[in-house]
Design a protein around this ligand. Structure first.
Ligand code: E4P
Length: 219
């Protein structure tokens, strides 16, 4: 499974990349706003800064919600760097835009997916990735992980090349369950990725090994 980090924070992206397990980055307008990035040129410069840190696959979201606007913005975003994946919302004009970008060889991530029907539509339109939002479904008492399973199953039935990018991940169990279910990618906050490191038996085991070594060495 590929690991993406879900943030626009450069130091968090660097930290995840330095760990050696990062395959990409997802951002959204809220995450960009959280970093105080506003204005077209600043936004583009920030995406470029992210692309300079990682090897590939930086999702950059369009703001327009009409077809022409999404095409115009998506093309501008794609020009920033070959690593950019244009993020398109799951709306009627978005589906048309996915089809257009597919024909142009520009990778896309269809975001705000909350049903398997939406995921099917995005795959048929040629999206490179679909982003089902697990946490936001769980928040309203729907089973986000069940949706991941449904989409993985449907895509498997027909051999769709669209990758299932599990998003809105809130904790390590979401991530582990996504791996069990067979999501292609999970995008997570840094704390979820580093959370995988933790186990009390690792900590106590290492402490014991080091203490035994020091004792044997007569320290
Ligand atoms: C995915 O691309 C989104 O940026 C993200 O995962 C949304 O997560 P949230 O529900 O925690 O805002």
């Amino acid at each position: 499974m590929k690991f993406f980090i879900d943030t626009a924070n450069l130091s968090e992206i660097r930290e995840a990349y330095d760990l050696g397990v990062l395959d990409g980055v997802t951002t959204n307008p809220s995450l960009m706003a959280k970093e105080g990035i506003t204005g077209d040129e600043n936004v583009k410069a920030h995406y470029k800064a992210i692309c300079d840190i990682v090897d590939d696959k930086v999702s950059a979201e369009v703001i327009a919600t009409d077809y022409e606007g999404m095409i115009r913005e998506g093309k501008e975003l794609a020009k920033i760097d070959d690593k950019i994946v244009v993020k398109i919302p799951m709306i009627r004009d978005g589906v048309k835009a996915l089809k257009y970008f597919k024909s142009e060889g520009i990778r896309t991530n269809c975001t705000l997916i909350f049903s398997s029907g939406q995921a099917l539509l995005a795959a048929k339109a040629g999206a490179s990735y679909v982003s089902p939002f697990i946490g936001r479904l769980d928040d309203i008492s729907y089973d986000g992980l069940e949706l991941i399973g449904q989409i993985v199953h449907i895509y498997g039935n027909y051999g769709y090349e669209t990758e299932v990018l599990a998003a809105s991940i809130r904790h390590t169990m979401h991530l582990i369950k996504c791996a069990e279910i067979g999501a292609d990618v999970a995008t997570c906050p840094l704390k979820v990725i580093t959370g995988l490191l933790k186990h009390p038996l690792t900590d106590s085991g290492l402490a014991q090994f080091l203490a035994d070594h020091a004792k044997a060495a007569g320290k």
